[in-house]
Design a protein around this ligand. Sequence first.
Ligand code: NAD
Length: 509
Amino acid sequence: MTPALTAPATSELRSRAEHLLAALGATRPEPGPLTVRTPITGGELASLRPSSSAAIDDAITKASNAFQSWRTVPAPQRAAVVRRLGQLLTEHIGELGELVTLEAGKIGAEARGEVQEMIDICEFAVGLSRQLYGRTMPSERPGHRLMETWHPLGVVGVLSAFNFPVAVWSWNTAIALVCGDTVVWKPSETTPLTALACHTLLRRAAVEVGADPDIHQLVQGAVEVGEQLVDDERVALVSATGSVRMGRAVGPRVAARFGRCLLELGGNNAAVVTPSADLELATRGVVFAAAGTAGQRCTSLRRLIAHADVVGPLLNRIEKAYHQLRVGNPLDDGVLVGPLINQRAYRSMQDAIARAVDDGGELLCGAERVMVTGENSHYVRPAIVRMPAQTAVVREETFAPILYVLTYHDLDSAIALHNGVPQGLSSAIFTGDQREAERFLAADGSDCGIANVNIGTSGAEIGGAFGGEKHTGGGRESGSDSWKTYMRRATNTVNYSPDLPLAQGIQFG
Ligand code: NAD
């Protein structure tokens, strides 16, 4: 492995971030106690003031007021804002992508990919605006019509995680806006600059198409800012993306006020590799899913469950590929693995590996720091740990590039191992045997929200519904019919007869 040894000075990155924000039309935030660090050097990129309680209340009020008229704008007209947002994102893909790299540490290709995903969901939402279909059902009563109508829900509060600082917002916002909702967004406190840029682009889109810019509000800060959104009765839906710990706090609070909640929480994703698998293809799928984004995707591959007959040759290939991965400055061409987000992530990786080794695991490669550009920068080689069993540490999500390898002898026990974790986000099987593939996708196969065949666990397309089961929270967002979470359903019965027959044939009086 050839580590990239170049690292720019933080001052250079700071002026680059200022330049990018200006190019994206955003005003530089007023300095304040919220420090924004770049994981590239660990240095300070900017600082800003978190939103005060009064400012959050004001944002919710503005979004509620804007909802009163936004909900009556025909959906295909509402789509004009999202169409324009998609155009602006296309124009600014390079600048927004680079800002994602500076703030979240993603390599260029993945950061641009994240913005491309935003453009894709905008296109999807524009089409969706003409397809918010309700059903008609045959009424049991003569001269009656029975149907359902979908209406806008209200204010949607979006809480987002650091690792997809812009795409998750767009999945929620593009759909919510065409559904007739307004949005208040609280991004991760780690990535407020990209949020500022997106908010600016969306308000610009609204102004340019003659819509009310108050349909979107941005509030900034840490947990307490999120809590205010969570507890406010005017927020009809809280769409929260982040750790299981966050979901455990948010879910019950929203439920206590009978609000709606869409939870997109942590994963502990696995791939099963069977003896009939194409090992070359499996290797490529495993390496991208496990080491890509430095293991900091909710869908990152964390567990490899390989058949005893192929585990040896498969591991040889994967280890060889790992040795060729360039770890380093994500702004450099050819670098495939950027930094961890912060020191906490680095420590949790080291702690998890120590626990795995205590449990009898063998560290095959990785885990060491490869480049230190400052106290707070953390570049690590992705690690592979061969485990004798699925112990407690393997059953947890450690948000870092650790791949635990487990061995199986028959497919039933592989599926039992696969499902034997609390989370249920993404899963994969690599096999050349259709029976095994179908078994994995069947009702008694993978218990995850995403189950793939001959493709890794990460890198979902926007067209499908995205989300997972069990401790992952059960939410679905992005494509398919996820839009239904952002609307309320009314069942309508229309009597166009002169009589008043009652359902179930009841005679009254
Ligand atoms: P996090 O849980 O620390 O924070 C996520 C967001 O929730 C932040 O905006 C944070 O300020 C806010 N928050 C945290 N606790 C809160 C509370 N009690 N009340 C209100 N708001 C609160 O997550 P993170 O470290 O930013 O992101 C990594 C985690 O997110 C991983 O577990 C990853 O798997 C998960 N994730 C899941 C998905 C998905 O779609 N399932 C996508 C991306 C990330």
